[in-house]
Design a protein around this ligand. Structure first.
Ligand SMILES: Cc1ncc(C[n+]2csc(CCOP(=O)(O)OP(=O)(O)O)c2C)c(N)n1
Length: 581
């Protein structure tokens, strides 16, 4: 058996797991690990903030499908990971976080930079470990990767006291079999019950108004091909959540685009009037369902999900199928192919009705040649990138416009904090995504409020020459909050005006990035074309947009789809809110 320092064992396991990039920031309790990383044969990205490091690892994982790795020191280093871990946890993103801890004999003494990271992160990780014996270190690290990437994926944290990273011991790397056997209580159910799959097929054959409702689980399990095959075979229209985007091409006539609070009219109408809803790797989030008693009131519901805990959690379902989405869909398709139906005829009326809804209320906005409309910026980003870029968004109105006005056609193309709604996510996640997928154009679509929450890591993108493109949809407001205040708080704009902001162009330049600005619609294409030519460093474009543009349609929180707000109610405009139903 080999003998090594704990820190070197950490690096050996990372190599064994195929890790090619880690993100993080050092400090006292993790110094040995950083010392070992000095010679490691993979990239070690030094960030300016641990939160950004965590979002970078997350963006890397979302874009590549691999496990992201983030490293931080004890105390404040580890606590700075909290928002990043919670973000990954809510969206089921596989991450391994390695944190330094004070030496074992200091634990519990209020030692310098001591924090109970295990206690703090327990509710926001899929699992966490405190290593108390160097003998356990290789197995725990391997378990961490295994737990992070299997079943319903998620972040796993391994807290390692400094004296263990310093200690020298004999070790070996446990095999896959040993890892599985060491976790007897952890058995993700991937197969899907055949009787339930038959029942689901029967419901699909009989349904006259079915809808596929596809979430992030379909992306995570790599089921985009199966979703597309099922939809095209059975002629069922598909709506995705913002996490499910790319599981079905939005350019396909069967696409209903997004549903829910900022879903399209036609997706929400289709779900509302459906007689069968097939939920695939989606979790019936409140932003999707609105008022639960009025969500798909006439539909029978099939729910396919790897996590039994998510089934019938908020909506009681008729046919639960616990299993890996890809696996279950393959079986379901086989079942449907065995007893085919004349699908085109079966769906004729339904698809005609949906087409009418699409024509009645397409996604649209009021165009202008005087002031830049945010939606126009997104459309132009779509055009200049031929619909092929990876888009990473912050949180707010710009996130919703990025979801609505860019059409996604492949999985892992739209990265955003769907579950936690974390401002500050978009830009660092785009850096992780570009590092993982260097062949792709990567655009961070950011709000002026969101971007500034992790602005410091522009230095990281410059230092490692990561040529991401950052489009700031600059409305000088915490726009989404302002929109809610306008609609639901009588336009009392409390604490939403970002009246002091940096000059983003100068700021980019001061970091060594390129800064561009557009203030008129006629400049939008020009700056985008310039940005596309820059490939050796980040480029930031400050789009100065209409300050009070709103994201519509909108279903107010907790309301039914029938309460959807469709047309703008803006100052100086005669129109009032138009409610459906
Ligand atoms: C960390 C964090 N704090 C607060 C919020 C609440 N919040 C949601 S959207 C939003 C405004 C976002 O403003 P900006 O990034 O400028 O985007 P815009 O809505 O203007 O496009 C806020 C404050 C949040 N989602 N995340």
């Amino acid at each position: 058996m080999k003998k090594k320092r704990g820190a070197d064992i950490v690096v050996d396991v990372l190599i064994h797991e195929g890790v090619d990039t880690v993100f993080g920031l050092p400090g006292g309790a993790i110094m040995e690990v950083y010392d070992a990383l000095f010679d490691a044969p993979f990239r070690n990205i030094l960030t300016r903030h641990e939160q950004a490091a965590c979002h970078m690892a997350d963006g890397y994982a979302r874009a590549t499908g691999k496990v992201g790795v983030v490293i931080a020191t004890s105390g404040p280093g580890a606590t700075n990971l909290v928002t990043g871990l919670a973000t990954a946890y809510m969206d089921s993103i596989p991450l391994v976080a390695i944190t330094g801890q004070v030496p074992r004999h200091y634990i519990g003494t209020d030692a310098f930079q001591e924090a109970d990271v295990i206690g703090i992160t327990r509710p926001i990780t899929k699992h966490n470990f405190l290593v108390t014996d160097i003998k356990d270190l290789p197995l725990i690290l391997r378990q961490a990767f295994y737990i992070a990437r299997t079943g319903r994926p998620g972040p796993v944290l391994v807290d390692i006291p400094k004296d263990i990273t310093q200690q020298v011991a004999e070790y070996y790397i446990p095999s896959d079999e040993e890892v599985k056997e060491s976790l007897p209580g952890y058995n993700p159910h991937v197969e899907g019950n055949p009787v339930q799959i038959k029942k689901a097929a029967e419901l699909i054959r009989k349904a006259t108004r079915p809808v596929l409702y596809v979430g992030g689980g379909a992306i995570l399990s790599g089921a985009a091909e199966e979703v597309t095959k099922l939809a095209r075979l059975t002629k069922i229209p598909v709506t995705t959540t913002n996490m499910g985007k790319g599981a079905f091409p939005e350019t396909d006539p069967l696409s209903l685009h997004m549903l829910g609070m900022h879903g399209t009219y036609y997706a929400n109408m289709a779900v509302y009037h459906s007689d069968l809803l097939i939920a695939v790797g989606s979790r019936f989030d409140d932003r999707v369902t609105g008022k639960i008693s009025e969500f798909a009131p006439e539909a029978k519901i099939i729910h396919i999900d790897i996590d039994p805990a998510s089934i019938s959690k908020t909506i009681t379902v008729d046919v639960p199928i616990v299993g890996d989405v890809k696996n279950v869909l393959q079986k379901l398709i086989k079942e449907l192919e065995e007893k085919p139906v004349e699908w085109v005829a079966a769906r004729e009326n339904w698809l005609k009705q949906i087409q009418e809804w699409k024509e009645k209320h397409p996604l649209s906005y009021r165009k202008s040649d005087k002031i830049i409309k945010p939606q126009y910026v997104i459309e132009e980003i779509y055009n200049i990138t031929n619909g092929d870029a990876i888009i990473s968004a912050g949180v707010g109105q710009h996130q919703m416009w990025a979801a609505m006005f860019y059409k996604y056609s492949y999985p892992r193309q739209f990265l955003n904090s769907g579950g936690l709604g974390t401002m500050g996510f978009g830009f660092p996640a785009s850096v992780g995504a570009k590092i993982g997928r260097p062949e792709k154009t990567v655009f961070a679509i950011e709000g002026d409020g969101s971007f500034i929450m992790n602005i410091q890591d522009l230095a990281t993108a410059v230092q490692y020459r990561v040529p991401v493109k950052i489009a700031i949809i600059n409305n000088g407001f915490l726009g989404m909050v302002r929109q809610w205040q306008q609609f639901f708080y009588d336009s009392r704009y409390a604490s939403v005006c970002l009246s002091v902001q940096p000059d983003f162009v100068k700021l980019a330049e001061s970091f060594g990035a390129v800064g561009l600005r557009a203030t008129k619609p006629s400049e939008v294409r020009e700056v985008l074309a310039k940005a596309m030519e820059i490939n050796d460093r980040p480029v930031l474009i400050d789009f100065v947009v209409d300050r009070e543009e709103n994201v519509l349609p909108m279903v107010p929180a907790g309301k039914s789809y029938r309460d959807m707000i469709l047309t703008p109610k803006q100052k100086g405009e005669a129109e009032t809110m138009y409610l459906v139903g």
